[in-house]
Design a protein around this ligand. Structure first.
Ligand code: CUA
Length: 332
């Protein structure tokens, strides 16, 4: 932890330096301009003060050079901030392909985290050094915000949505996790810590506890327990579309139009199946709202994502012509 006061938190992730660079650039530019305005104001107020009742200022006509200068210089500075800021923003919101996925479910007033291998933690997350960690965040109740100052990541955690953030830790240690969105009485105490370990130590840590069910295995078990396959079956009367390989595909809808079957769409199809029906099917599926928890929804979606596409083309999926390679918020 930081002894004493520091101007910014320590940097413990690859993106921290990028965020700081933009921040310092904006601080420098706005600081210098603020200083310039104050100095000019003070100087001009004294230099051109009214010296007598009869004092009349000299008439001034425009100066093209001056006007161009005070238009183009700020434009250049602002565009630099915009382009640079956008570049860092996109980088922060596009997890690398090799990232391991940790799911985060926020609940008043705690953080429930699960590793891809199934291990669960509360208000604490152990991660290996140097490995990209993709966080899929959702909430069971209010809006929360997942904030780790040392990694310079802060992402809203919202009910009914899967938001994504990522980091790659660069320094061993323990870092604060905060909830940065007021979410009720115990908001201020809704914190935790991220423990960055050597990859070997992380593997040992994973192996040390009980060996839990992975989200994919839990999802498969639920899929069976909830009887999903009685309709989503290739050889049944096919009351529901076949789900193998559906994740990430562009799906044609009964209402016309298409949707990319990302995590959010799969989740919606479980809790609110009538919202966007696949073309060729009737809205006969009952809702599972309230019957499956957020963790179970995550497991079901993880299971569906793990299903390989069957050899022949799916009836539900149109040829992938849509915006399939979409990164960001709901990207996989
Ligand atoms: Cu959760 Cu504030």
């Amino acid at each position: 932890m930081n002894p004493g006061f520091t101007f910014t938190p320590e940097r413990a992730a690859t993106t921290a330096g990028e965020v700081d660079a933009v921040f310092y650039f904006i601080l420098l530019v706005t600081g210098l301009f603020a200083l310039g305005v104050w100095v000019a104001m003070l100087y001009l107020a004294i230099r051109y003060r009214r010296r007598s009742e009869q004092d009349r200022p000299r008439e001034i006509h425009g100066s093209l050079v001056l006007e161009l200068a005070w238009t183009l210089i700020p434009l250049g500075l602002m565009m630099t901030m915009f382009v640079w800021g956008a570049k860092v923003y996109f980088h922060l919101n596009r997890p690398p392909d090799d990232a391991m996925t940790v799911t985060v479910v926020a609940k008043r007033w705690m953080w429930k985290l699960q590793h891809p291998t199934g291990q669960r933690e509360i208000n604490e997350l152990h991660v290996p050094l140097g490995r990209a960690v993709r966080l899929v965040l959702t909430s069971e109740d209010a809006i929360h915000s997942f904030f780790v100052p040392a990694f310079r990541i802060k992402k809203d955690v919202m009910p009914g949505r899967y938001n994504v953030a990522w980091f790659r830790a660069t320094k061993l240690g323990t870092y604060h996790l905060f909830c940065a969105e007021y979410c009720g009485t115990e908001h201020a105490r809704m914190g935790g810590r991220i423990v960055v370990m050597e990859p070997g130590a992380y593997q040992a840590w994973l192996a040390a506890g009980p060996q839990p069910e992975s989200p994919v295995a839990a999802g498969e078990r639920l899929f069976t327990a909830l009887n999903c396959a009685s309709c989503h079956q290739p050889d049944s009367a096919a009351r529901g579309p076949l789900l193998a390989g559906v994740s990430g595909r562009t799906v044609r809808l009964a209402s016309g139009g298409t949707v990319v079957a990302d995590d959010a769409y799969l989740r919606e199809s479980i809790v609110n199946p009538a919202a966007r029906i696949v073309a060729g099917y009737q809205p006969v599926m009952p809702t599972f709202q309230g019957q499956v928890s957020e963790e179970q929804l995550i497991a079901l979606v993880a299971y569906l994502r793990s299903l390989p596409a069957p050899a022949q083309a799916l009836p539900v999926a149109a040829a992938s012509g849509g915006p399939a390679a979409k990164g960001g918020e709901t990207g996989r």
